[in-house]
Write a new protein. Structure first.
Lengths: 147, 215
């Protein structure tokens, strides 16, 4: 892997997600081999989200541990593919979550249900007291930035 | 409010309280508290709730095996970047993660390009192996081959094409041992099959893998 000098590497590690994504797009477009180091850092940030989403969603979908780990590996590879593109990409946590969800929701041998070809019809449920719980901080709304 | 709705709310709030106390149980424990037909919905809500609360610290205080495996995939793919970019590594990683044998990929490519003869299929298998082992030039892969590979793995064709961009200083091409055989002392196999009577299917396959984007 082509490397920055150590001071540059530290500077790259300290970039926030948006700055790091901008640097990724720049190094990919320039075919700069240091793109690998940037991509490595972006992926490390995304992998934590992939692991979390695959575990929670996979568990809820009835996947066993081995299937969840396979979904995690699949999602890691797919994230690398996506981050090879020249076009600017969404914030890495959001991208990782989207890819992880797609990897979990594909057909698995142990799943009880047949794969769905269309999105589920929204089915909203009212939980009494949830609004107060959110206001008082007892429940936090889902937010990739803070979770 | 019906009894089943009450049970749903009770289970949801129990999960919230358990999370707050740091005593969250596996999601399945809460799903058992509601009627079977409500479990999918409760499961999705709890998954979102658990995500919003952030990761539970592991008992060992270290990284999970899933995290380590994902990082290993990233490491391996980036480490193998070469003349076909990171495409070889990602193809192999996705194939392994889905438990797909190389033969299954070759079968699908054969179906996509109407390759029915034995020689054509062998050429597909040989070239796919060379692609996965980083022994082909990404710039010579045809767009329709990349689109077909994208369809096999259910990913965006633009992602696959982007991943095939060669590294600026990729390793030199080298021969790879044929699939299922030992490296042995045998001379490396040639990049192209020996010349002989041309088989249209073999020619098609060679164009797909070596003919450039428009082939």
């Amino acid at each position: 892997m082509a490397e920055f000098d150590p001071i540059e590497e530290r500077a790259v590690e300290m970039l926030d997600d948006v700055q790091l994504e901008a640097l990724r797009a720049k190094t990919v477009a320039a075919n700069d081999d240091r793109f690998e180091f940037v991509l490595w850092n972006l992926c490390l940030r995304g992998v934590a989200v992939i692991e979390k989403v695959c575990r929670s969603r996979g568990g809820a979908c009835g996947l066993d541990d081995q299937e969840i780990e396979m979904a995690i590996e699949d999602a890691a590879a797919r994230m690398l593919l996506r981050l090879s593109r020249l076009e600017p990409q969404p914030q890495v946590h959001a991208l990782a979550a989207e890819i992880a969800a797609a990897c979990v929701e594909r057909a698995w041998p142990s799943q009880k249900h047949a794969p769905r070809l269309t999105h589920r019809t929204p089915n909203l449920r009212l939980i009494s007291g949830l609004d107060v719980a959110i206001e008082t901080g007892k429940v936090r709304p889902n937010d990739w930035e803070s979770s | 409010m019906s009894a089943s709705e009450e049970a749903f709310e009770r289970a949801f709030w129990q999960a919230v309280d358990d999370l707050k106390e740091g005593e969250a149980k596996p999601i399945e424990d809460y799903l058992r508290l509601v009627p079977r037909e409500q479990r999918d919905e409760l499961g999705r809500m709890l998954a979102d709730l658990f995500l919003a609360r952030g990761p539970t610290p592991s008992a060992e205080g270290g990284e999970s095996s899933g995290y380590r495996r994902a990082v290993a995939i990233v490491d391996e793919v980036l480490g193998s970047r070469g003349s076909a970019g990171i495409l070889p590594g990602t193809l192999k990683a996705m194939r392994n993660a889905r438990g797909i044998e190389p033969d299954a990929v070759v079968e699908q490519l054969a179906a996509d390009f109407d390759v029915e003869g034995e020689a054509g299929r062998q050429a597909l298998a040989r070239n796919y192996h060379r692609l996965e082992t980083g022994n082909l030039l990404g710039s010579k892969l045809s767009r329709r081959l990349l689109a077909s590979l994208a369809a096999v793995f259910g990913v965006d064709a633009a992602d696959v094409a982007a991943a095939a961009r060669p590294a600026a200083q990729g390793p030199a091409l080298r021969s790879a041992p044929a699939m299922g055989r030992s490296g042995g002392a045998r001379a490396p196999s040639p990049a192209h099959p020996p010349s002989g009577p041309s088989d249209p299917e073999v020619e098609l396959v060679e164009r797909l893998f070596h003919g450039g984007p428009d082939a």
